[in-house]
Design a protein around this ligand. Structure first.
Ligand code: P6P
Length: 346
């Protein structure tokens, strides 16, 4: 006598968790049955490193890992001890995955290749290992942001790895972030929707908790560092004044955490708009295109949102430098279409 469990039966019991690895394999079987599983192996490098980072972040006050290293990174920013640790964890975990040929990190001036392996890897991984790390000392949510691109088959990158990763965001194979917040959550897309996984410390696994995430069509929150109000380009102030006064009977409120992953995740879940315009301090914008704006924008679009630099779609920008910065305006269709009508036309 045997019993056949349907997939639906399996999901009904909370003992039948779906981990991110299982989800990736399910998706690969559904979308490309002959997939080799190499992408799932690559992603496991990111999930392992971010579990290590999460454990460290959650004990930051107990370990000598808060505060500054005393160095300034390529961005001209004070490196936090946890920045360096997170960067090393990701480089280690990805470095042992032979299908990763190149890494580009916010913390490293140049692209990183792995000795003796150039030529075999087909992927490059770009990341900000610990975005918003200056918030660590005050116990505010921080995050890891990553972007995965495929390398040219001609392997020409061996001599010039930097050029190989300068690809428009629309060419990303996958992108995601991990937010170290009230819980640790991985949100990622491979171009087939956005899915969220909550790290279950009891199991040590990222467990599917938010399948097929969609950004609300409209929200009531705008998120912007309005201390820079007088530095914003024309139109931004008018746009935010309109939101403040209320639109279609919807009064907006301001929420700003100062950690991109946290501000974007709230926008993804609750709707609304996040803006980091160009300012006099950052005339090209402050956020980095390759490993902040591109992955965030890929996720936003896959969840039904819109992301621009104030003039064009973020994912259409062809980068010229690994650490290139960009303005970023990203959010729900209602707020973004109003933004485009108000600002992009001026
Ligand atoms: P500001 C953190 O340093 C960061 O790179 C992003 O996470 C965040 O959105 C932005 O800078 C905050 O910048 O100028 O408002 O402190």
């Amino acid at each position: 006598m045997s019993q056949t469990l349907t997939a639906q039966d399996a999901v009904r019991s909370d003992a039948n968790i779906i981990t991110v690895q299982q989800h990736i394999l399910n998706e690969q079987r559904r979308l490309s049955p002959d997939a080799s599983g190499s992408f799932s192996w690559l992603l496991s490098g990111i999930t392992l490193a971010t579990k290590m980072i999460s454990a460290r972040v959650r004990r930051a006050g107990l370990l000598d890992v808060t505060g500054q290293v005393g160095n300034v990174n390529v961005q001209g920013e004070q490196q936090q001890k946890l920045d360096v640790w997170a960067d090393q964890a990701l480089i280690h975990c990805l470095g042992v995955r032979e299908n990763v040929a190149i890494i580009a990190s916010e913390e490293s001036e140049h692209a990183i290749t792995f000795d003796g392996r150039t030529g075999r890897g087909k992927y490059a991984v770009l990341f900000d290992p610990l975005d918003g790390s200056s918030n660590i000392d005050v116990n505010v949510s921080v995050g890891t942001i990553f972007s995965i691109v495929e390398l040219p088959a001609d392997r020409k990158y061996q001599t010039d790895p930097t050029t190989a990763v300068l690809q428009a965001g629309a060419r990303q194979l996958a992108a995601g972030y991990v937010i170290y917040g009230s819980s640790t959550m991985l949100v990622y897309t491979t171009g087939h929707g956005v899915h969220g996984f909550t790290l279950d410390p009891a199991v040590g696994a990222y467990v599917l908790s938010h399948e097929d995430m969609r950004i609300p069509n409209a929200g009531n929150i705008y998120s912007c560092n309005t201390a820079n109000w007088n530095e914003f380009p024309a139109g931004y102030r008018e746009y935010m004044k309109t939101l403040r006064e209320g639109v279609d009977g919807r009064a907006y409120t301001l929420r700003y955490i100062g950690s991109l992953v946290a501000d974007f995740h709230r926008t993804l879940v609750n709707g609304g708009v996040f803006l980091y315009p160009a300012t006099t301090s950052y005339p090209q914008g402050k956020l980095r295109l390759l490993y902040e704006a591109n992955p965030i924008s890929f996720i936003a679009e896959q969840a039904g949102g819109i992301a621009t630099d104030g003039k064009q779609r973020i994912l259409d920008i062809v980068p010229s430098d690994i650490h290139e910065r960009t303005p970023l305006v990203v959010g729900s269709p209602a707020e973004m279409m109003r933004f485009q009508a108000t600002v992009e036309q001026t």
